[in-house]
Design a protein around this ligand. Structure first.
Ligand code: GTP
Length: 228
């Protein structure tokens, strides 16, 4: 799996990314061949930071400015020699933007649901997010649970096994990520891209792609989790 950063195009329209806070109005083109992936979760869990880390390989520390409305970044990920075109939507976590973001759930192929491992509230709210997702998204949407800010181990409020247990309860894959160090960020997006690619081009003789197994194998390979 490799991401194609030479050829990826970025159409980030996010006012947040250049320090301005103003609403952005996007046209959602559901007829394109871009695969729609949405980042959701409470305000401040790190959705924008995760996307910036995946897209640009960097973390912008400093003061937190909440996302207003919704914006997207296009990114081409190459999995098994096939280009998967991910259109990644970054939503505002704040309650007042909820009606804007609901409209985008319907066309989502994948959904990354984030909490912050230092915030019990953000973790407790995952159940409410999942209720919303089940209400507004397609029933076959690929869902992944991410415990972000894994680098902040001294402030940890949620143990890794609590995240794992919640994910098991909802039968969704899980990993801890850090938008700051980059740990597991690429893995999260490439696992989703792989799952979507296998769904789109399933050869009859090919064994079914198992996203859970793939993630566990990759985590072990990278030795990612020993220092969380
Ligand atoms: N240490 C650490 N800080 C992080 C991480 N991810 C995000 N942050 C910080 O947490 C704050 C909130 O991050 P954002 O990416 O803006 O959060 P968001 O989920 O997009 O918030 P909304 O736009 O309001 O929904 C910022 O100050 C980030 O620098 C991480 O993995 N580790």
């Amino acid at each position: 799996v490799k991401t194609n950063s030479e050829h990826h195009q970025t159409f980030t329209t996010r006012s947040k990314l250049n320090g301005l806070v103003k609403p952005t109005k996007m046209t959602h083109n559901s007829h394109s061949d871009w695969i729609s992936t949405i980042l959701v979760g409470d305000s401040g869990v790190g959705k924008t930071s995760l996307l910036v880390q995946f897209d640009q390989g960097k973390f912008i520390p400093g003061s937190f400015s909440a996302t207003v409305g919704i914006g997207f970044t296009n990114k081409v990920v190459t999995v098994d020699d096939v280009k998967v075109k991910l259109q990644i939507w970054d939503t505002a976590g704040q309650e007042r933007f909820r009606s804007v973001t609901h409209a985008y759930y319907r066309d989502a192929h994948a959904l990354l649901l984030l909490y912050d491992i230092t915030s019990k509230t953000s973790f407790d709210n995952i159940r409410a997010w999942l209720t919303e997702v089940h209400e507004y998204a397609q029933s076959d949407v690929v869902i992944m649970l991410l415990g972000n800010k894994a680098d902040m181990s001294s402030d940890r409020a949620i143990r890794r096994d609590e995240g794992e247990r919640l994910a098991r309860e909802y039968s969704v894959p899980f990993m801890e990520t850090s938008a700051k160090t980059g740990v597991n960020v690429e893995l999260a997006f490439t696992a989703v891209a792989k799952e979507l690619k296998h769904r789109a081009v399933q050869h009859p003789n090919e064994p079914k792609f198992q996203i859970h197994e793939y993630i566990e194998a990759q985590k072990e390979k990278s030795g990612c989790c020993s220092y969380f």
